[in-house]
Unconditional design. Structure first.
Length: 147
């Protein structure tokens, strides 16, 4: 009887832990979608709610923004995303850190520049703070074609 009880408790613990990981992947996917929409809208409060103050945001050209510069560029339309399409997204969770990779295709209308297209591969690093996932780091590299 005791063995059956221990087995049953172990089984439910495994289900609970597995369920949390799946739920966290869903939450990360939703956070990445909120970030995509916030980058298009340039809404300051939405952007700030998704990032950590320690954010390091790496561009494919080599420039690195801190959290303040990242938000300011999008709010001021210095960086203006008209559309952003994300494909081939993969989420991996290790403890309280999530690694998200995806292909990023966007049309831009940056202030003072000719409208353009951007094709990138992106690495996002999210950190779980209490119950929320916040963006800690982003790095982009140029991709050859839309995937």
């Amino acid at each position: 009887m005791l063995k059956k009880l221990i087995f049953a408790m172990s089984f439910f613990m495994v289900l609970t832990i597995s369920g949390q990981k799946i739920n966290d992947k869903d939450v990360i996917t939703a956070a990445a979608e909120k970030l995509r929409l916030a980058m298009i809208s340039g809404d300051k409060s939405s952007l700030e709610s998704l990032i950590l103050p320690e954010l390091t945001y790496g561009h494919s050209g080599g420039h690195i923004d801190d959290a303040t510069e990242f938000v300011e560029k999008l709010v001021s339309k210095k960086s203006d995303f008209v559309t952003i399409d994300i494909t081939n997204q993969n989420v991996q969770i290790v403890g309280n850190t999530a690694i998200v990779r995806h292909h990023f295709y966007a049309t831009t209308a940056d202030m003072g520049k000719t409208p353009g297209d951007v094709t990138l591969d992106i690495l996002l690093v999210w950190s779980k703070i209490k119950k929320d996932w916040k963006l800690l780091a982003r790095q982009a590299v140029k991709a050859e074609k839309k995937k």
